[in-house]
Design a protein around this ligand. Structure first.
Ligand SMILES: C[S@@+](CC[C@H](N)C(=O)[O-])C[C@H]1O[C@@H](n2cnc3c(N)ncnc32)[C@H](O)[C@@H]1O
Length: 272
């Protein structure tokens, strides 16, 4: 497998929750800017249609990502009006949980307890989604998640917004100083678009730039971690099951270009 599990600070148990929130806030802005909603909505609609699930259980939701917006789009499709979304994370995002408690949105909840994606069997029933989260899993964990989906006959959709741009590790290393600088600078722009914005987001972007620093490192470190199409085949090798189907491919941007990669797993529907 070509993938390299470079350290991401977000994964560390001691990493402060408020800093993780600020960083994932910036990921949401990036996803909006790229138009991830347009790539993800049709994939989720297809996964729901194939499985007949009506609840989406998002794992590794962070600050929610674009999933709440994606579900609004999904609900506009015929027969999808009642689809609900359950957000969750190993490190649940307290500000988002509090916001949803004070301003409830129909069909949208965030589980306050930690949900570990590596224990897929313990997650609530429904279509499991992992958006920009699967690269946090080491290969043994990633394979166990896929095996568990098959075993539990649970549909799953894995999506990585940066997945279509994989480069050899050596090239990643050589371009790292430039990549870090660009992403560091971009964080100053992104933090300005975070809503609702908190004093922490502003102070630790513009006065003490911890957010740009960690956002740049984790963003760059995630690139060599993303499973390529070949890596996914390697993970799935030996897990073949005649009652479960896998499909992988690229997300499609509004302009028709590639935007991210996906792996969709669906249990075959039983004949009546
Ligand atoms: C890069 S963020 C993506 C957040 C969000 N899905 C988005 O697209 O904006 C990755 C998220 O995965 C979460 N995560 C990491 N390991 C996890 C695990 N084993 N189980 C559940 N969530 C996990 C992190 O806490 C973090 O919020």
């Amino acid at each position: 497998m070509k993938r390299v599990h470079v350290l991401e600070f977000e994964d560390l148990d001691w990493f402060p929750g408020w800093l993780r929130t600020c960083i994932t806030n910036n990921i949401v802005i990036m996803a909006r800017f790229l138009g991830v909603r347009h790539a993800l909505s049709p994939l989720i609609t297809t996964a729901l249609q194939r499985s007949e699930a009506r609840q989406v259980v998002d794992l590794g939701s962070g600050a929610g990502g674009v999933m709440p917006e994606v579900i609004q789009t999904v609900r506009t499709a015929s027969g999808m009006e009642d689809v609900t979304l359950l957000l969750s994370d190993k490190f649940p995002d307290r500000p988002m949980i509090e916001r949803l408690a004070s301003e409830p949105q129909e069909g949208l909840r965030y589980l306050p307890d930690s949900v570990d994606a590596t224990r897929l069997e313990a997650a609530p029933e429904g279509l499991k989604t992992m958006v920009n989260c699967f690269h946090h899993m080491r290969p043994n964990e990633a394979r166990a998640i896929l095996a568990s989906a098959i075993e539990q006959r649970q549909p799953i959709l894995i999506y990585e917004m940066g997945g279509h741009q994989t480069v050899p590790f050596i090239l990643w290393l050589l371009t790292l100083p430039l990549g870090l600088t660009l992403v560091f600078l971009m964080a100053f722009v992104k933090s300005a678009f975070v809503r609702p914005v908190t004093p922490q987001q502003l102070i630790f972007t513009y006065l003490i730039p911890l957010i740009p620093l960690f956002y740049a490192w984790d963003g760059q470190a995630s690139m060599p971690r993303i499973y390529s199409a070949d890596d996914l085949d390697e993970l799935l090798s030996g897990l073949e099951d005649s009652n479960y189907v896998w499909e992988k491919g690229y997300g499609q941007s509004r302009s028709g270009g590639k935007l991210g990669t996906y792996l969709m797993g669906s249990p075959k529907q039983e004949c009546p």
